[in-house]
Design a protein around this ligand. Structure first.
Ligand code: SIN
Length: 323
């Protein structure tokens, strides 16, 4: 974490965006270094609202990274990205056309397949790592005039919405998360080969205790959770279907319409999100950039920590083997 400026008397404005999740933050220029009080207010809003939105900001790669570092250490761009922008190893590019040019059609086909998948691409970032990112900060540079919205859901509210006996049952379960699990690109694509050359698998508690707020969150997601361990295949499928129905309930979600200069900062320990799946239908380019905050190993309600099955913890180190 970088040093912050002395505190100023100004405070940010926080306007909730939906019933259970999301808030708009105004009154702060996040391209500039922030004082300690502002960093704390933004952190508090993040933990309370799970995803916060800043509008009309003018970040470039350097100030995006500098903003992120005020909230924690940053990861390398992405476990499967060997080409972050020159001089900015922390920046992950989110742009279907960029991915297609670099890795072929696999990435696009994966997004298209999500349109026909039961739960359509909801995921929490990089949960196949034993230490999934603590948070993600995504900024929009180019967006289509319409379409291309992103949605988030509150995994603490989803847990709380379950009955007490169900919560008690889930508290003891663990699940495997695998890159290239349920949401894999076509196996013959270069992108799939890259994923196979860099296996990333972890077992996490199904219910995670948030290390800051102490809230319990339903820590499974259709993008990466392959199965619940120690139960039968049939039981795992039925349980996950039920949990995915819960976490994607409309009342736990918020939807963001991007404009250039919009920044979304989410608590990756307490949310899942849904990127657009119909990227081929968008009228115009959609280019966003993301940095992620290094996370810790999740811990369940019984104190049990996540286990690494394959790969390395996700840190600032570049660790990508090309296929
Ligand atoms: C992401 O998963 O970070 C990308 C979200 C998006 O493209 O809307």
């Amino acid at each position: 974490m970088t040093d912050t400026l002395p505190d100023s008397p100004t405070t940010i404005s926080v306007r909730p965006a939906a019933t259970h999740i999301g808030a708009d933050i105004s009154g702060v220029d996040i391209s500039q270094p922030l004082d300690g009080r502002t960093v704390q207010e933004i952190t508090d809003a993040l933990h309370r609202y799970k995803v916060i939105f800043f509008r009309g900001q003018s970040l470039d790669h350097a100030s995006h990274i500098a903003f992120g570092r005020q909230f924690g250490d940053l990861t390398y761009a992405h476990p499967h990205d060997e080409a972050p922008p020159d001089g900015f190893p922390e920046i992950f590019t989110v742009d279907p056309q960029w991915h297609r040019a670099r890795y072929g059609d696999g990435y696009i086909k994966q997004k298209q397949r999500r349109q026909f998948h039961y739960v359509t691409g909801w995921h929490t970032d990089i949960t196949p790592a034993v230490n999934p990112p603590a948070g993600s900060i995504l900024r929009a540079e180019v967006v289509p005039e319409y379409g291309g919205d992103t949605m988030w859901t509150n995994l603490a509210a989803a847990y709380q919405g379950l009955s007490a006996p169900m919560r008690a049952f889930l508290n003891q379960l663990r699940a495997e998360h695998r890159y290239g699990g349920p949401d894999n690109p076509p196996p013959d694509s270069p992108y799939a080969k890259r994923i196979m050359a860099n296996p990333l698998v972890a077992i996490h508690p199904v219910v995670r205790v948030h290390p800051v707020t102490g809230e319990r969150t339903l820590f499974v997601n259709p993008g990466f959770t392959s199965h619940i361990v120690d139960v039968s295949h049939r039981e795992s499928v039925a349980l996950l279907d039920m949990l995915y129905d819960e976490i994607t309930r409309t009342e736990y979600t918020v939807r963001l319409r991007w404009e250039p200069g919009t920044v979304a900062f989410w608590d990756n320990r307490a949310t899942a999100h849904l990127a657009p799946t119909n990227v081929e239908d968008l009228t115009g380019r959609r280019t966003l950039y993301r940095v992620t905050l290094i996370g810790e190993c999740p811990v369940g309600p019984n104190g049990q920590e996540s286990e690494l099955v394959a790969g390395e913890p996700f840190t600032a180190t570049r660790n990508v083997a090309t296929a």
